[in-house]
Ligand binder design. Structure first.
Ligand SMILES: Cc1cc2nc3c(=O)[nH]c(=O)nc-3n(C[C@H](O)[C@H](O)[C@H](O)COP(=O)(O)OP(=O)(O)OC[C@H]3O[C@@H](n4cnc5c(N)ncnc54)[C@H](O)[C@@H]3O)c2cc1C
Length: 494
């Protein structure tokens, strides 16, 4: 059997796996090369494992509640059992992925096929890669390539990740027990998610280091403030405007020195430090320099139209997709980019990539979801808008759930069209209904059109309907009667 493939995909994360499967759809013989875990950060030490841990932590937090007329007796949690369940979830997904690869294996499948090689891939020429593993080295040839090597945690300068007491998100599942005290460096989504998870389990004193005044500094202030307030309500100690000066390692604890913007310093004691200061692309060691591909200043693989390299006839035969390209680091974006690269190779019709209706889910307590533009982005682009805010305290379904901590904030263009530009939502089910607004943005819908739709009752998205009505001054509940729960404001560039 020849080791030449129509397509070689480097990396089996959301970008690589989806690209491989899409190429199979149109009969390509595809080989996926994976250096570590099938599924990449989409499955292991990333989206799926962290979400499994989040769900378990929420279950625990619900069981621990004592304000609902029931009370669980002698509640306890065992970190090794939590880890086992998280790994079960990851394996379940990995075996689904592998089952599909086996179903379409080269031996069985005639029209198109999937193979997987384990090892580190490195380009030898623009049409061949070497795959190095403990079993040895082999050379594979491909007509086309997709580089989908993802990203890894950024490390803190001068701070040695030891994998035991000083870890990144890759090391969470190596912990032996719930730390008694933990410092999380970085207050972006991943830092705030782990702060939520560990505080939900209530076994760890969680410190969150926030270099800025606000967590999630790219989000609107009302969203950041809401997230901060709820983290604190959950027991997280947030150190705003603080930076890490040093960590002194002692046998039974870590001594941390924090410097605050106003000049004072503070020494705290923890057991584990989790570094969550972003992710950097996996673009080294791929032999790209040997084939004439330069990286950008951040180490991302620069792409033009997703293309990394063209042959002498101008035909693109090396593409890149997912985190390694430096675009928004999200599972859905990686998957979409991977599929698109495969479609370009196959010269089959593609849906154009449009980030204007991209959604982001944030697994906090309560969950937060974002779609489209926020106020900061619209102001930066000088786009006039109206913002309507509606608290879940007025939403019957939330009242019935006894869970009214949340809101919907809808942004609409401040012109005759009144197109929906974005939404931020927090509270129960926000991650599920955000997609309904992504559709509205994608379709360029105006308020008039959307207000014709019946919103089922009782449902949390009725808050969205009320937001739209507020903008039209025809809501059922009025801002004048509930000034704390309903607001409307407008912003114009002048
Ligand atoms: C803790 C955490 C939580 C997250 N939660 C979410 C979430 O809730 N929602 C969301 O949308 N996104 C989430 N993400 C982000 C999401 O996981 C990534 O955006 C996504 O996995 C990127 O996919 P990818 O295919 O580009 O890369 P990856 O998933 O990183 O996969 C790349 C693969 O390539 C392999 N590889 C690298 N170099 C080589 C080589 N030379 N040879 C062979 N193989 C190689 C790697 O081993 C890896 O398996 C989370 C990430 C983290 C870390």
């Amino acid at each position: 059997m020849t080791d030449t493939f129509d397509l070689i995909v480097i990396g089996s994360g959301p970008a690589g796996y989806s690209a491989a499967i899409r190429a199979l759809d149109y009969g390509q013989h595809v080989c996926i090369i994976e250096a570590k875990h099938v599924g990449g950060a989409g499955v292991m030490n990333g989206a799926l494992t962290s979400k499994t841990m989040y769900e378990l932590s929420l279950d625990y937090a619900v069981a621990a509640r004592i304000d609902r007329g029931y009370r669980a007796g002698s509640l306890s949690v065992d970190f090794s059992e939590v880890k086992k369940t998280v790994l079960q979830a990851a394996k379940e997904k990995q075996y689904q992925m592998l089952s599909q690869i086996e179903t379409f294996s080269r031996e069985k499948s005639k029209s198109g096929s999937l193979s997987i090689e384990y090892g580190w891939a490195k380009f030898l020429t623009p049409y061949s890669v070497e795959v190095r593993s403990i079993e040895g080295t082999k050379e594979l040839h491909g007509k086309n390539f997709i580089i989908a090597t993802g990203s890894r945690p950024r490390e803190y300068t001068d701070l040695q990740i030891d994998g035991e007491r000083i870890i990144t998100s890759d090391g969470i599942l190596d912990l032996k027990e719930f730390p008694e005290r933990m410092l999380i460096i970085g207050s972006g989504i991943i830092g705030c998610e782990f702060a939520t998870i560990f505080s939900n389990f209530a076994q760890t004193e969680v410190h969150l280091l926030d270099r800025a005044h606000k967590v999630l500094p790219y989000e609107d202030d009302d969203v950041s403030d809401f997230v901060s307030k709820n983290l604190e309500k959950n027991g997280v100690l947030i150190h705003h405007t603080a930076t890490l000066r040093t960590i002194r390692k002692h046998t039974d604890h870590l001594e941390i020195v924090l410097d605050y913007q106003d000049g004072h310093s503070k020494v705290i004691e923890v057991d584990v430090v989790l570094v969550a200061i972003g992710r950097i692309p996996n673009s080294e060691g791929l032999g790209l320099e040997a084939i004439g591909v330069d990286l950008d200043e951040r180490g991302n693989i620069p792409i033009q139209d997703d293309c990394v390299m063209r042959d002498g006839r101008g035909h693109c035969h090396i593409y890149a997709a997912g985190d390694v390209t430096g675009h928004t680091q999200l599972y859905s974006v990686a998957e979409f980019q991977g599929r698109m690269a495969a479609e370009k190779i196959g010269d089959v019709p593609q849906y154009p990539l449009d980030y204007s209706h991209m959604s982001t889910l944030m697994f906090f307590k309560p969950e937060v979801a974002a779609v489209g533009a926020n106020e900061k982005q619209l102001q930066k682009k000088k786009i006039a808008y109206k913002a309507a805010y509606y608290s879940n305290k007025l939403v019957n379904r939330a009242i019935a759930m006894r869970n009214t901590n949340g809101f919907v904030k809808l942004l609409v263009s401040n012109d005759d069209e009144r197109r929906i530009l974005g939404m931020r939502a927090a509270g129960p089910q926000a991650s599920a209904f955000i997609i309904s607004v992504a559709h509205l943005i994608n379709q360029g819908n105006s308020l008039q059109e959307v207000l014709k739709i019946f919103y089922p009752h009782p449902s949390i998205p009725e808050g969205i309907q009320e937001c739209m009505r507020i903008i039209d001054n025809k809501s059922i509940y009025k801002p004048e009667a509930f000034p704390d729960l309903i607001h409307i404001r407008e912003w114009n560039p002048e």
